[in-house]
Write a protein that binds this ligand. Structure first.
Ligand code: BGP
Length: 479
């Protein structure tokens, strides 16, 4: 028995800014990610003030889906995808973010993309904000630290729900909304929220104020979507990285439980509609002043999500003596700086490969939230080798995906988890978010493009393409 229910949503995932290109086409304004430079191996992306001539911005052209969407969607159809997860670039619809009227050309672009997908039997699954805040809202408003953005996001969401409600059933509000909990990592706070923290500020306090506004914005969007059409399924989207205790020393176990709050804080609010006690205690203990209006509790309660989407790439490990004594939080639990797990191997980027951790995650989230789950990102970032005859044998990627699909099957079959779909990340090669490189690839479709922006942009099927096509055709029974 395959375990996968009829109608299981086998798909693929991307994000607008990492693959569309056309960064200023059709009236689009700049997004926050459009002012991030390219990375090189070991060299992090850099934030620029604006677009500096002569600086290479890989998101600007990306893989040019903007001009090639029809032929790319034909390839997705050949792969047999039942759904396709992408995002709507906010600045295509509201170029500055604060206009009263949307940009019709931007709306028409997504109509054309969704129509093309639907014509091929592929259901669009849409994230409203995948690191694509209009730059103007970051510069002029200070991003989501400013409460004004709650209503600006709600307006954007409403325009999208009204326009596309007959074409899109599955929605998510913010991509990996919880990744900005790691306040040492400016990249996530900037791209999720358009926020930079000044040296005199308490980063965690700023993060929680920002988070409060994003949680309100998410809840407002859910309530608006449901009022427009109660059939819309509007989910949260979080990054889930299980954090294991380094040992069975109860101190390590406690440290891991506390560290997991980094993962759970946002979905705790988005699913339950109220702040968890541990967060309120932290505000009190640390003396954070988080501005909240009296009606906010009601807004949060009225906008709980229908399902939980999440990304899963790896697990990590925490040790009690690596915990910050002031906040009780894990100092740094993400790899490559976390504690290595001796039972696991890692990708070239230090992401520890842990398929059992996916079954563990599915159970954890299912028990905690009792909602349908949707794995909307999972995959293996690697350097691909193109053979002389042009073929790409990405056996490691197939092994990674197979093991994770087996874990999903076990979670459904053995544990009774309600899993509705699976969209592996970067189904077509695209710009890596954290590194800004093309070198780190996830795709089953190769794109001829390098870190410097050279290449023909030609598309080639990798070995994983045929393998995944057969998996979908057999509804997961043949791996
Ligand atoms: C997640 C993001 C994606 C994607 C993925 C892989 O954090 O939601 O946008 O990029 O990670 O990360 P990377 O591209 O850095 O390998």
């Amino acid at each position: 028995m395959s375990g996968f229910p009829e109608g299981f949503l086998w798909g693929g995932a991307v994000a607008a800014h990492q693959f569309e290109g056309g960064w200023d086409a059709g009236g689009k304004g700049p997004n926050v990610v459009d002012v991030l430079t390219a990375g090189a191996h070991g060299v992090p992306r850099r934030l620029t003030d604006s677009v500096e001539p002569g600086t290479f911005y890989p998101n600007h052209e990306a893989i040019d889906f903007y001009h090639r969407f029809r032929s790319d969607i034909a390839l997705f159809a050949e792969l047999g995808l039942r759904c396709f997860r992408t995002s709507i670039s906010w600045a295509r619809i509201f170029p500055r973010g604060d206009e009263t009227e949307p940009n019709e050309e931007g709306l028409a672009f997504y109509d054309a993309v969704f129509d093309e997908l639907i014509a091929h039997g592929i259901a669009p699954v849409i994230t409203l904000s995948h690191f694509e805040l209009p730059l103007h809202l970051a510069r002029e408003y200070g991003g989501f630290r400013n409460r004004a953005l709650v209503e600006l996001f709600a307006r954007f969401a409403e325009v999208c729900f009204r326009r596309y409600r007959h074409k899109v059933r599955y929605w998510m509000t913010f991509n990996e909304i919880n990744n900005q909990m790691d306040t040492d990592n400016w990249l996530f706070l900037w791209t999720n929220s358009g926020v930079l923290v000044g040296p005199e500020e308490n980063a965690r306090e700023v993060m929680f104020q920002t988070a409060h506004h994003e949680l309100l914005a998410s809840a407002r969007a859910v309530a608006i979507g449901h009022a427009i059409d109660p059939d819309l399924q509007i989910g949260a989207m979080v990054s889930h990285v299980p954090i294991y205790p380094f040992s069975c020393d109860p101190q390590d176990v406690m440290a891991a439980q506390i560290a997991m709050r980094q993962r759970f804080f946002f979905p705790d609010v988005q699913v339950r509609g109220a702040y968890p006690a541990y967060a309120l205690k932290e505000f009190e203990r640390e003396g954070y002043r988080i501005a909240m209006d009296p009606q906010d509790a009601q807004i949060l309660a009225a906008g709980t999500v229908d399902y939980l989407g999440f990304s899963y790439y790896m697990s990590t490990v925490v040790k009690a003596d690596a915990v910050n004594e002031n906040t009780g939080e894990s100092v740094d639990f993400t790899l490559p700086n976390g504690v290595p797990n001796p039972y696991l191997t890692a990708s070239d980027w230090g992401w520890q490969i842990d398929p059992v951790g996916l079954r563990y995650t599915l159970n954890t989230l299912s028990e905690r939230y009792q909602l349908p789950l949707f794995i909307v990102e999972n995959g293996f970032g690697a350097v691909d080798v193109v053979a002389d005859d042009g073929t790409i044998d990405d056996a490691e990627r197939i092994d990674y995906l197979r093991a994770h699909i087996e874990a999903m099957r076990d979670a459904i079959d053995q544990d009774g988890v309600d899993l509705i779909g699976y969209t592996p990340w970067g189904i077509i090669d695209l710009v890596s978010f954290t590194t800004g490189e093309m070198r780190k690839r996830y795709g089953m479709i190769h794109v001829d493009r390098d870190n410097e922006g050279h290449g023909t942009l030609a598309r080639t099927r990798k070995r994983s393409f045929g393998w995944y096509r057969d998996v979908i055709a057999a509804n997961g029974a043949a791996l």
